[in-house]
Design a protein around this ligand. Structure first.
Ligand code: FES
Ligand code: FES
Length: 175
């Protein structure tokens, strides 16, 4: 089997029907991808295949021959949100036991900058967490995604208004 895993081309001598999850964990040593239910219910095993979030426990490795697979170990290199999301989960209490966390982050990775709470909920709809109650997970994703262009424009307008006001005040104080 030939596939690209976390940007590295791999040639793997494995059974074509072996689950992608097992290939990643057992044959590639990438144990960041977790097994929860093993039957497509919990999302703990989420990885990206050609940019799309999939449950690795449901996919025979033959189905991803020639594809680009990204796991949590490659998240930071694959997307500028990768590291930020991981940090945000730590800072905002999005992870407790941590079993669901790699899957949550991989499911959130394809989201666009400034995604709304509803878009985040939809992206994470297939991912279950038995610990956090979800609100801290949603907050973590919101904090980890880059702001939308609109929000950036608003912030830069606010900063430039503040700078102008400070300049005016300095001038007035000098008089
Ligand atoms: S382990 Fe794959 S969906 Fe639960
Ligand atoms: S942090 Fe434990 S299952 Fe989500």
């Amino acid at each position: 089997m030939n596939l690209t895993i976390n940007g590295r081309k791999r040639r793997l001598d494995v059974e074509p029907m072996k689950r992608l999850l097992d290939v990643l964990r057992e044959d590639c040593g990438l144990t960041g991808t977790k097994e929860g239910c093993g039957e497509g219910e919990c999302g703990a095993c989420t990885v990206l295949v050609d940019g799309v979030a999939v449950d690795a426990c449901l996919v025979p490795v033959a189905h991803v021959e020639g594809c680009r697979v990204v796991t949590i170990e490659g998240a930071s290199a694959a997307s500028r949100s990768g590291k930020a999301l991981q940090n945000a989960f730590v800072e905002h209490g999005g992870a407790q036991c941590g079993i669901c966390t790699p899957g949550m982050i991989m499911a959130a990775l394809p989201l666009k900058a400034g995604a709304s709470r509803d878009q985040i909920k939809t992206a994470l709809a297939g991912n279950l967490c038995r610990c956090t109650g979800y609100m801290s997970i949603f907050r973590s994703v919101e904090a980890g995604l880059p702001p939308s262009r609109q929000a950036l424009r608003r912030t830069s307008r606010r900063t430039s208004t503040k700078r102008q006001t400070a300049k005016r005040n300095r001038r007035a104080n000098r008089r």
